[in-house]
Structures are given as C-alpha cells and as structure tokens.
Design a protein around this ligand. Structure first.
Ligand code: UDP
Length: 328
C-alpha cells in the first residue's frame, strides 16, 4: 500500500457489514471514509475514519466527497436489503439501489476513480437449479431486491467491458454474527433476520420464534441457508480490494461458508449457546424463500484467498449472543 492508495470511500459504512469492513480496513492501515445518509446505519458504528453524511442519490455531495478524499477505490455497501419490503415497495428499491448505484458510478467515473467493490447477494440466483451454487449458475431473481442487485451487476459488466471500471462483485450468502471484540454488530429496525430474532426469543424480548414453513423438501422440513460471519465478509472485501490493486481483472464471487444449516438446526444450536429455552411455532412459508441455498466458494478461495475463519456455527452464535446482551 502506498500513501496514494490508502483512502477508501465506504458507502453504507455505518451499516452492519460496512462497519465491520471499516474496522478491518483501518486495522491494516487504510483510511475508511464512510459515506452514509444514516437512514438505516448508525453514527455509533463509524469509529475508524471520518463520517461524511450524504446520500448516494445526491451527485453533488458525492462529487464533493470524492474530490476531497481522492480515494483509490469505493466499497459500495449502501443499499436497501429487505426482501419483503422490496416486494411491497419496489420503486423504493429501484430508486435507492439501482438509481443510487448508477449515480455513484457516474460520479466516480467522472472523477477518475476506477476500482469498485460491490455488495451483491445470492438472491441474484433466485430458486437454484443445482446446489451448491457456483457463480456460473444462471441469474433468475425471484424478488425486486434480487433484481436490483442483478441489474447493477449487469451495469458493472458493461462498464468493465468498456474499459472504464474494474469491479469485484461479492455475492453474500447469509451474513451473521458480530465483531469478536464486541465493538459493533447488527442493529436493524425492524428486525427480520433469523438469528437476531432467535436471540430475542431466547431472552424473552419476543415470546417465540416463528419458523417459516416446516414442509420444505429438506431433511427436517425447514429451510437451509449458508451462514457466513460478518468478519469473514469484511476480510473478503479487503482481499477483493487488494486483488484489484494488484491489477487483476473484474469478477463475481460467492461468499459463503459452504455449509448449510436448517432453521431448526440454528434454533437447536442457539439453545446450547444461550443456555435458554427458545419457544417456536410453525408459520406459513415466507414468499420467495427457496428451500435451500448453499455456496460453492471455491472461486473466492482460489482467486482472492478467501478463507473463512469465524463462520462455524458456534462462533457465529456466540458473537451474536454477546453483542445482543451488551446492547439490549
Ligand atoms: N426465518 C424464519 N423465521 C424468521 C425469520 C427467518 O423461519 O422469523 C427463516 C427464513 O425463512 C429463511 C432463514 O430463516 O429460511 C433465513 O432468513 P433471514 O431473513 O435471516 O435471511 P434471508 O435468507 O432472507 O436473507
């Protein structure tokens, strides 16, 4: 790293995954400049560099911040990411995710910034034809959220083909867990994610956890997902940045632990980690939920050196439980 390439603009750096990436970037000597409108992020999560408040839909403010810091790359976490909300309010998702990212790309290219690390999702695959999922699986999103991310990926491919941009698109599976030092963690309102809701049920904040469907074609009938620790995602962002800085080509990468756990298995494991009883009830399937999603992350392992260290279920649940208890 040289003095010229150590500043990174991190959109959405006040959010869950973005803040963990900022901590890691700062730990290895980068300056993460957070660009966030704080609509869903938190100023308390910005601890490792300046916070520049701004919206990705605001080209003037983006231009001002890019001009001020002259970053070597942009890591783009800022997005809306609730599947259910995207179904009910697609225009919000096309506006914020697609138009917002388009605006960011336009302004960064105008300022000669060429490296872009993008937060994508396994939702671009929709209902998988085969498991585990590789990057060559066809893209067929089943909800507006997945569509917005797939559209952005197409934009990135076109810009890279035109020689204007180098990008790495990281397709996260289920982000989970919290900072092992307890400095940051997830904080969503409303909370819709399985693990934080299970922990809410464990400490009595909610009476029970609803299992969305127990009649899937899986061994215990509940949905299987691939949970990846947020620190391992952060690590992959650092590797992606360095990969582009070394002059390597653009690409798409799955980020998962390559192990699937069912909803019921997560609940059982959470009972052990928390030492609490957790009441459950069976609810209808949630629309748009595929029965199973599991990553093949070989490409990220081979090309980026991705090597998840914290994604065993015990570390995921223990770090999430510690964060939950410290921040009740
Ligand atoms: N899930 C559930 N009850 C809940 C929340 C989630 O059974 O209260 C299930 C959901 O159907 C999915 C898995 O847990 O199979 C993970 O859902 P989450 O919303 O955490 O992440 P997603 O897979 O939607 O990104």
């Amino acid at each position: 790293m040289t003095a010229e390439n150590k500043t990174i603009i991190v959109t959405g750096g006040a959010g869950y995954i973005g803040s963990h990436a900022c901590k890691l970037l700062a730990n290895v000597g980068y300056l993460p400049v957070v660009y966030d409108n704080l609509s869903r992020g938190h100023d308390w999560a910005v601890k490792w560099g300046p916070l520049e408040k701004g919206d990705i839909l605001d080209p003037d403010r983006l231009g001002e911040v890019i001009k001020k810091y002259q970053p070597d790359a942009i890591m783009h976490f800022a997005a809306f990411a609730y599947v259910g909300e995207s179904v009910n309010n697609p225009i919000l998702y096309y506006q914020n995710n697609v138009v917002g990212t388009y605006t960011l790309l336009r302004v960064m290219l105008e300022h000669g910034i060429e490296k872009f690390i993008f937060s994508s999702t396994c939702a671009v695959y929709g209902e998988p034809d085969t498991l585990p999922l590789t990057e060559s699986h066809k893209k067929q999103p089943v909800n507006p959220y997945g569509n917005t991310k797939a559209i952005i990926e197409t934009m990135l491919e076109d810009l890279a083909a035109g020689g204007q941009l180098k990008f790495i698109s990281l397709r996260y599976f289920n982000a989970a867990g919290a900072d092992l030092d307890g400095e940051i963690g997830d904080s969503h309102d409303p909370e819709t994610h399985l693990i934080p809701l299970i922990l809410n049920a464990a400490d009595g904040k909610i009476p029970e956890i609803e299992i969305y469907g127990n009649d899937y074609e899986t061994p215990d009938g509940t949905c299987i997902r691939d949970y990846i620790h947020v620190n391992d995602l952060a690590d992959a962002h650092l590797r992606a940045l360095q990969y582009l800085q070394e002059g390597n080509p653009s690409g798409f990468y799955n980020l998962g632990s390559e192990t699937g756990y069912s909803v019921q298995e997560i609940i059982n494991a959470a009972k052990l980690v928390t030492g609490k009883p957790i009441k459950t009830c069976i609810s209808p399937r949630r629309p748009g939920d595929p029965p199973a999603l599991v990553a093949n992350a070989s490409k990220a392992k081979q090309e980026l050196g991705f090597n998840p260290q914290n994604s065993d279920l015990d570390t995921i649940l223990t770090s999430a439980w510690n964060w939950h208890n410290d921040n009740r």
